[in-house]
Design a protein around this ligand. Structure first.
Ligand SMILES: Nc1nc2c(ncn2[C@@H]2O[C@H](COP(=O)(O)OP(=O)(O)OP(=O)(O)O)[C@@H](O)[C@H]2O)c(=O)[nH]1
Ligand SMILES: [Mg+2]
Ligand SMILES: [Zn+2]
Length: 319
């Protein structure tokens, strides 16, 4: 088995984060976290042709998440993670109990999966977008199940009219008919993608459409409330045939991003950020301040009312 040693730069990065680790030790290797399975992590070694292994981990390392790069140690046939390599980013959210949940690490592109059914929630979408702006992630807004549209509609849920002008990519797809699946594959290429959205929008179906050879559970939609049944229970990283990775994630109820409070929330809303320089006060929060250019733009219709309302809602939730 060819062992790939850590580069000098990697060693320095880890050393600065965790001084106690001996990176010249012969039994220390680097790998990528593929998934959580109960109390163990499935890790793919970075060295070529090595089989994946189940790794134990110590809780004092903090939450370890799919996409994390880790250093692990093998002793007496048992693998254990001893360090998490500093991340380029970490997508996090709060669950309904205020607990912080890590979604994925070291990602470059966020695929926000919406569907004709269950229908999109624009507050949720804006929450994702703020997170993506703060983490400097590329975004694809995906609208799945286009086959369920009863009447032809050039702009379902007005997604294009609101978000295209802000510079976001929107892709209408259907796993059922294959609409734009090839285009999605091209957009995912060479990125570490994470696909997220509420239960039942078809995240795992899309993952399977791109990777037909994988075994993956697809859920049913409830007939009564048209919601999904939370079929996917754990995030899983897959390698894409054209290069790059895709992390399929469990459906969420609300996203509630964990935001960097050092940055003004308006940085997460492109059009508000770009208009704010014209406000009378440089620290304007765009609520009730006089001569607020953002509120004027909302009144004129150049900023979508839903976007502004979601900004205010998020601002109030931060307090
Ligand atoms: N009509 C139609 N149904 C689809 C499409 N894509 C997925 N579905 C169906 O939607 C249901 C939910 O699909 P999943 O892929 O399990 O959804 P998910 O987002 O992964 O759900 P969770 O794992 O619970 O978060 C299944 O019954 C799929 O067959 C589509 O393009 N058109
Ligand atoms: Mg799923
Ligand atoms: Zn203002």
């Amino acid at each position: 088995m060819a062992k790939r040693r850590l580069s000098l730069q990697q060693k320095q990065r880890i050393k600065s984060a965790q001084a106690s680790i001996d990176l010249d030790h012969a039994d220390h290797f680097q790998g990528t976290v593929i998934a959580h399975h109960g109390g163990e992590l499935e890790v793919e070694p970075d060295h070529l042709n090595a089989t994946r292994l189940a790794c134990k981990f110590r809780t004092n390392l903090g939450a370890i998440v799919t996409g994390d790069k880790v250093v692990y140690q093998v002793q007496n046939d048992e693998a254990a993670i001893i360090s998490v390599i500093p991340r380029s980013n970490l997508l996090q959210r709060q669950d309904g109990f205020g607990q912080i949940k890590s979604v994925a690490a070291n990602i470059t592109q966020l695929i926000i999966c919406l569907a004709i059914e269950p229908s999109p929630n624009l507050y949720l979408l804006d929450q994702y977008l703020v997170s993506a702006e703060q983490q400097d992630l590329n975004v694809i807004i995906l609208l799945n199940k286009m086959d369920l549209l009863e009447h032809p509609d050039p702009d379902p849920f007005l997604l294009k009219s609101i978000y295209l002008s802000l510079g976001y990519q929107i892709l209408e797809v259907s796993v059922k008919t294959g609409l734009n699946i090839d285009q999605l594959q091209e957009l995912c290429k060479d990125h570490t993608n994470v696909i997220s959205g509420v239960s039942g929008v078809g995240k795992s179906s899309i993952t399977k459409a791109i990777l037909p050879d994988i075994e993956i559970a697809i859920g049913e939609i409830s007939d009564t409330n048209k919601e999904g049944r939370h079929t996917t229970r754990t995030s899983h990283l897959y390698h894409l045939p054209r290069g790059g990775q895709l992390i399929d994630t469990p459906g969420i109820r609300g996203f509630n991003p964990v935001l960097d409070t050092q940055q003004p929330l308006s940085h997460g809303f492109r059009e508000i950020h770009n208009t704010a320089h014209a406000c009378k006060f440089s620290n304007c929060k765009h609520l009730n301040e006089p001569k607020c250019a953002v509120r004027a733009a909302v009144e004129m219709g150049t900023i979508a009312a839903s976007r502004y309302e979601n900004y205010v809602k998020l601002l109030q939730n931060q307090d």
